[in-house]
Design a protein around this ligand. Structure first.
Ligand SMILES: NC(=O)C1=CN([C@@H]2O[C@H](COP(=O)(O)OP(=O)(O)OC[C@H]3O[C@@H](n4cnc5c(N)ncnc54)[C@H](O)[C@@H]3O)[C@@H](O)[C@H]2O)C=CC1
Ligand SMILES: O=C(O)[C@H]1O[C@H](OP(=O)(O)OP(=O)(O)OC[C@H]2O[C@@H](n3ccc(=O)[nH]c3=O)[C@H](O)[C@@H]2O)[C@H](O)[C@@H](O)[C@@H]1O
Length: 448
């Protein structure tokens, strides 16, 4: 099939490349000419393992191209995917400006029947509105489909080529058939449903995953007080197939371009129909607090942070990405600077993006390797669980630090590794290995 993807962010670019890989003829459109030029000269503007190789292969085989010209891309396409951003407005609601602009532009360029698919995450009812809007602007036939995207950054290629499921929301049989055929090479688990349910499946999925994370983080905080180990608890819980073992990794909370934005948006979607989503509001609140766990632990070990040298390992919101949108590192860094600590930061790939988006970078020192960031530090905070950090030799690390204090915000190191060192080690929800309120120290009495 001839496919056009509008927007070459994570979703448009990865989907475009992967759909060309399975034999379709794909055009990716972006109105950012710089991005298009980069893509045409073989530069992938995002860090995503495996993407560059696949992109080059499919470009060379003539199945994949990039352009800023919408008109030809729309006219040549059987199916047009809208993949532009839906960032949060100050109210938390999704900003649909880019979506509406693209829908308007598609309508004006159409020259025959098209299937128009929304891959961007949009509030329930948006696709119905797009249908009305496009219908008023064109006399050509078209069908609207909601096919929400579930890829994760860092594993986006694998997630796209081997999805758990594909959701196809449409009211039209012809469009459902075309979309089913298109996705068949990826999975047999294709679920067709109505448009509004498809839109809701996306928000509900992200909100549920965020809920799992906040839940386990609260369990971790309680574990620190009662002397249990959250990793043991999560492993035990995860063996129940009804619960499942994924997304039970305690840490400093979720970040990224989607969980924070989509949980806020779902709270607004509910609010707009006069429903207070109490549970999700708490999930968001717990997540905001969890970031400061690191600061609490630093203060517990160092007291006043003024003038103290703090190393930061990891700026990306998770490993294997250079995305720093809503990364916990942002607020942690801000807090440290407010406390007048001296900060030295390192991330294997995300430092440049972080510097671009963070206003107070002048007062931050930057290192080009992990050990340099830790050198002479009073304490080191691990904020992103990059493989590179897991592989560090703690004894060597200890030697170059001024004080051996390690705040492991992602529970990367084991008891065995830490016990061979002199580190004052704090993790999340593992008080026997290193927590904020070791239950023995606090002398909490649990009544029998
Ligand atoms: N980033 C992710 O991992 C995932 C994102 N999503 C959703 O997918 C949507 C897109 O997300 P990202 O790819 O992260 O977005 P992004 O913000 O990284 O990229 C959007 C792209 O669209 C382009 N664009 C904007 N207006 C345009 C126009 N009128 N014509 C052509 N191009 C235009 C921009 O230049 C930009 O390159 C969002 O709704 C997001 O919530 C869903 C699942 C995963
Ligand atoms: O809508 C989206 O954009 C995407 O959002 C998430 O994907 P992503 O944000 O790329 O990353 P995740 O792997 O879900 O991690 C999100 C955050 O949660 C944190 N996390 C994740 C899992 C866990 O157990 N604990 C935990 O703290 C990560 O460190 C990270 O900060 C979803 O997993 C995707 O299915 C979805 O398509």
């Amino acid at each position: 099939m001839n496919l056009t993807f509008i927007g070459t962010g994570y979703v448009g670019l990865v989907s475009g490349v992967c759909f060309s890989e399975i034999g379709n003829r794909v055009t990716c459109v972006d109105n950012n000419q710089d991005k298009v030029d980069q893509l045409n000269s073989g530069i992938v503007p995002i860090y995503e393992p495996g993407l560059k190789e696949l992109m080059e292969k499919n470009k060379a085989q003539g199945r994949l191209e990039f352009t800023s010209s919408l008109s030809q891309a729309v006219q040549e396409a059987d199916v047009i995917f809208i993949c532009v951003g839906t960032p949060p407005l100050p109210s938390g609601e999704a900003d649909l400006t880019y979506i509406k602009q693209v829908a308007h532009d598609i309508a004006l360029e159409m020259d025959g029947y098209k299937v128009i698919v929304t891959k961007s995450t949009v509030p329930v009812g948006t696709n119905d509105n797009l249908k009305d809007m496009i219908g008023q602007l064109t006399s050509h036939a078209f069908d609207i489909v909601s096919t929400p995207e579930f890829l994760r950054e860092g594993t986006a290629v694998k997630d796209t080529l081997h999805p758990d499921r594909v959701i196809i929301g449409t009211e039209n049989e012809r469009a459902a058939k075309m979309m089913t055929e298109l996705h068949k090479p990826l999975t047999s688990n294709i679920i067709t449903t109505d448009i509004r349910s498809a839109e809701m499946i996306k928000y509900a999925s992200n909100a549920f995953l965020a809920t799992k994370i906040s839940f386990i983080n609260e369990i971790a905080n309680i574990c620190e007080k009662v002397g249990a180990d959250v990793t043991e608890v999560a492993a035990g819980m995860g063996q129940d197939r009804r619960i499942g073992s994924s997304f039970l990794q305690a840490g400093i909370g979720y970040g990224g371009s989607c969980f924070p934005k989509d949980t806020d948006a779902l709270i607004q979607i509910a609010g707009n129909v006069d429903y207070e989503f109490k549970l999700l509001k708490s999930v968001v609140e717990v997540n905001k607090d969890q970031r400061f766990n690191v600061i609490d632990k630093l203060k517990h070990s160092l007291g006043d942070l003024k003038g103290k040298r703090i190393g930061i390992w990891g700026l990306a919101f998770k490993p294997n990405t250079d995305d720093v949108r809503d990364t916990p590192a942002l607020e942690i860094m801000e807090s440290l600077l407010e406390e007048q600590a001296v900060v030295n930061a390192y991330d294997p790939v995300a430092a440049e993006n972080f510097r671009k988006g963070f206003g107070k970078c002048d007062s931050v020192e930057w290192s080009t390797d992990a050990l340099a960031a830790a050198k002479d530090c009073d304490a080191l905070c691990l904020l992103t669980d990059w493989e590179e950090f897991k592989e560090q030799d703690l004894l060597a690390l200890q030697k170059i630090m001024k004080q051996p204090i390690l705040i492991d915000g992602r529970n990367v190191f084991s008891k065995e590794q830490v016990s061979q060192t002199d580190f004052q080690y704090y993790s999340i929800g593992r008080p026997e290995i290193g927590g904020l309120f070791p239950y023995k120290e606090e002398g909490i009495v649990i009544p029998l």
